[in-house]
Each structure stands twice: as structure tokens, then as C-alpha cells.
Ligand binder design. Structure first.
Ligand code: AMP
Ligand code: GLY
Length: 418
């Protein structure tokens, strides 16, 4: 199978590792990729991956059997539709279904139609609407930019002035009730009608230890979740994933790809915080480190409506942890061009890296590396991941020191109503 992989982050490096390890893969091209991915795939840098026509033409030129779309922007732009129109299988939803991530207002509308539990919300287009919605739901205030914002469009704050200021910077916003409880990311492989869950994972969105500072794309992750209620996956598949797939199929826009369900486990049960139309980054890094099922065949089955014909997924024993090493300044304007040393060991997944003309590896983005390791248990995986972090040299770099720490200590609790 010849595979074209789109994207350039740590998630795509993890996908490239798993695809390259699948004996069914006879050719792997990544566009645009990064230096880490370049160790595993041929890099194709002169295509704009959000240009549907250009990607479809490249897939034809490469005689690709499967296109795997890593990030959301190409999906929202309609790349999967254009590839499928050429008769080539594509892992990722078409533009109409990718609106689940592309528009938070659309996601809320689908959830309401499908009866999916989520935070109560109002979609607002003017200040008066925002003022009324903030008053209705109260503090802490949750204000979300309607459109794509690379994980940075959401402000959760006790400060009403800050909530209003964020809303003023956006055109359409969704204001919603605050959901209290630990967050879980659950990914479901979908082929339009059938859905298969991966392992629940947890992501760390805030930049600082103890969940302080601004939201980021994600600073680390681990899986599985030793504290998760045993019925969680079945409950989310039955109450969230299946009704959402059915609703999209009913609308004539079936969802094929991975559905990312971001949940808060509240005292009233799991509620959806967000949908994304692709794998989480950095959650994909830990999921793929544990997945034993060959990846290319699984993605191809999802892309071609054949998940029901696949054997059950198999997983390695133990746990996986990833810790993101970010550049100075992230999530604001990250500093780039700093030399990176020690980043060539297995599990050091590249994101914002580049090769300088003299061959040196330098930083070239906010999240630079995801240091990913497995272990016999969560404590072992955590120790191994931080061991990798300690081997990297990058001036001014930042990382959280508490990824998976509360879970290792047995301190994560799902609230109960009393
Ligand atoms: P989103 O992009 O919608 O996932 O939001 C980013 C982050 O903001 C989430 O991962 C949560 O940590 C937080 N968040 C979003 N919506 C809510 C909510 N209704 N209640 C509490 N926290 C939220
Ligand atoms: N880690 C969160 C995301 O990928 O959206």
C-alpha cells in the first residue's frame, strides 16, 4: 500500500512511525513532514496541504492507495472530498462532517439534534448577547471562538472583563456553562457507520504545572487512564459517538476518520467539551505507542467503510506517556532557530523542528518535540518519558513537570453528586 501522509507535527511523526512499521506499507510520502518524519518517509514540501486540488493531484501523481490527513485544516478545507473524488481512499472526514471541529456552533447544533450530553450554551454574534450569556451561565466563564484556532480559541476565566475582551476579539462566539470534572480524550475510528473506540487518554491543555497559565495545543498526555470508570468507553460510544455518527449519516454527510471526543467527567456523567475531526496531538503519540494492530490496514478500513470486517484492535500491555518540549515564548510568539541536541532517540517525536543549511537541527515552532515512552505501568512510562526530556538540549525550552503525576499518585477523582 502506498500512503501519502499530510501534516508536520508530533502526531504526524507518531503516525509515520506506526505506518512505517506496518509491513503492508510499501511506500510512504509525507507532505510537508519534518526532519523526524524524513527519517521514515520521502518528504514532499512543495504542496499546500490545505489546497484540495493540489493534494488530490499529488495523490494521483504518487499513485497513492491511501491518503492520511493528520491536521484539521485540510479536512475543514475539503481535502478528503477532493481525494475521494479521484477514487483514492482518504482517512479523514469530508468538509461537511469536519465542521464538527470547524464550527463550535455547528457541533452544538448536531449534539442537540442527536441528544448528546454537552454544556448548555449560547451562540453569540454581538456584545449584548455575550453579556446576557455570561450572566446566564455565571463564573467561571467559558468563551469559545466559533472557528478553528489551533487549541487557543477558548478562554476559561473567573474574570468577566477578560471573558468580554476575548469575545470582542472573535466574530462569532459560543458562551457556555463551565463543566467541572477531569477531562478525557476518547478517539473513535469511524467508517461512516461503524465506530471502534481507542483507549481513553488524558491531555494537559494549560501551559503550566498544576493547570496554570493559558491554554495550548496540549503539553503532554498519557494512556490508559487507571482511574477511569470501567463503563466509560461503552457509555460514550452509546451516548455520544453512535448518535453523532447516525445524525451525520442521516444528513447525508457520513463521518469517516477519527472522531475526537473531548469530555469532562462531571457529577452528572460524561459531557462533551469539544469534538475534533482528527487525532489529538499529543494524545495520538501515546495511543499509537500502545496500538499493536497494524495501522495502515486499520486506517484503510475506516476510509473504505470496512471497519465491521476488521478483527478487534490489539494493544500492548502497560502505559504510555508523552511530554511536550516547547520553545521559549509558547503559546504566545515562540522563539525559533535555536539549536536542538540529543533529539534523535526513539520516542523523540518531532513537531516544530527544521534543518538549517549547515545540517543542524533547530527549533521552528511552538511545540518542538513530544518525548514519548512506554512502560510496564504509568509510573514507569512517566519516568522513561522524562528521561528522554532530560537528554534534549534546547535553549529556553519549557515543559510541564507534572504530566501523569496525579494519576500515578492515585489522586484523580471523578466528582459524585451527593
Ligand atoms: P476546547 O477547544 O473546546 O477543547 O477547549 C479547550 C479547553 O478549555 C478544554 O480542554 C477545557 O480544558 C477547557 N474548556 C472548554 N470548555 C469548557 C467547559 N464548558 N467547562 C470547563 N472547561 C472547558
Ligand atoms: N490535544 C488537544 C488537541 O489535539 O486538540
Amino acid at each position: 500500500m502506498r500512503v501519502l501522509l499530510l501534516g508536520s507535527g508530533g502526531r504526524e511523526h507518531a503516525l509515520a512511525v506506526a505506518l512505517a512499521a506496518d509491513p503492508a506499507v510499501t511506500g510512504l510520502v509525507a507532505a510537508p513532514g519534518n526532519p523526524g518524519i524524513g527519517e521514515l518517509a520521502t518528504l514532499w514540501t512543495d504542496v499546500t496541504i490545505t489546497d484540495p486540488g493540489a493534494v488530490a493531484a499529488l495523490a494521483v501523481e504518487l499513485a497513492a492507495d491511501l491518503v492520511v490527513v493528520g491536521p484539521e485544516a485540510p479536512l475543514v478545507a475539503g481535502v478528503a472530498d477532493a481525494v475521494r473524488a479521484k477514487g483514492i481512499a482518504c482517512f479523514g472526514p469530508g468538509a461537511a462532517a469536519a465542521r464538527l471541529e470547524g464550527s463550535k456552533a455547528f457541533a452544538k447544533e448536531v449534539m442537540a439534534a442527536a441528544g448528546v450530553p454537552t454544556a448548555r450554551s449560547r451562540t453569540c454574534t454581538d456584545r449584548a448577547g455575550v453579556v446576557a450569556a455570561l450572566a446566564k451561565f455565571g463564573a467561571p466563564y467559558v468563551v469559545k471562538d466559533d472557528g478553528l484556532a489551533a487549541g487557543k480559541g477558548v478562554v476559561v476565566t473567573p474574570d468577566r472583563a477578560a471573558a468580554l475582551a476575548h469575545a470582542a476579539r472573535c466574530r462569532t462566539v459560543v458562551v457556555e456553562e463551565f463543566l467541572a470534572g477531569p477531562e478525557v480524550s476518547l478517539f473513535a475510528m469511524c467508517d461512516g457507520h461503524t465506530a471502534v473506540p481507542l483507549l481513553p487518554a488524558q491531555d494537559f491543555k494549560r501551559v503550566g504545572d498544576g493547570d496554570t497559565g493559558p491554554n495550548t495545543g496540549g503539553m503532554g498526555a498519557y494512556a490508559p487512564l487507571p482511574w477511569a470508570p470501567p463503563e466509560l468507553v461503552d457509555r460514550v460510544m452509546a451516548g455520544v459517538v453512535r448518535p453523532t455518527l447516525d445524525e451525520l449519516a442521516r444528513r447525508g454527510t457520513p463521518y469517516a476518520g477519527v472522531l475526537y471526543v473531548g469530555l469532562a467527567l462531571t457529577a452528572d456523567g460524561p459531557k462533551v467539551v469539544e469534538f475534533n475531526c482528527r487525532f489529538g496531538d499529543p494524545e495520538a503519540q501515546v495511543e499509537l505507542a500502545l496500538l499493536a494492530t497494524p495501522l495502515a490496514g486499520l486506517l484503510y478500513a475506516a476510509a473504505t467503510g470496512d471497519l465491521a470486517g476488521q478483527p478487534p484492535l490489539t494493544w500492548r500491555d502497560g502505559a504510555a506517556v508523552t511530554v511536550v518540549l516547547a520553545a521559549a515564548g509558547y503559546p504566545g510568539a515562540p522563539r525559533s532557530g535555536d539549536v536542538i541536541t540529543g533529539a534523535d532517540r526513539p520516542g523523540m517525536l518531532h513537531a516544530g523542528t527544521a534543518r538549517r543549511s549547515d545540517g543542524a537541527l533547530v527549533s521552528a515552532g511552538g511545540r518542538v518535540l513530544s518525548c514519548t515512552a512506554t512502560g510496564a505501568d504509568l509510573a514507569g512510562a512517566r519516568q522513561a518519558a522524562y528521561g528522554l526530556v532530560g537528554q534534549v538540549g534546547l535553549a529556553g525550552s519549557q515543559h510541564r513537570t507534572d504530566i501523569a503525576a496525579a494519576a500515578v499518585r492515585g489522586e484523580v477523582r471523578v466528582p459524585v453528586r451527593r
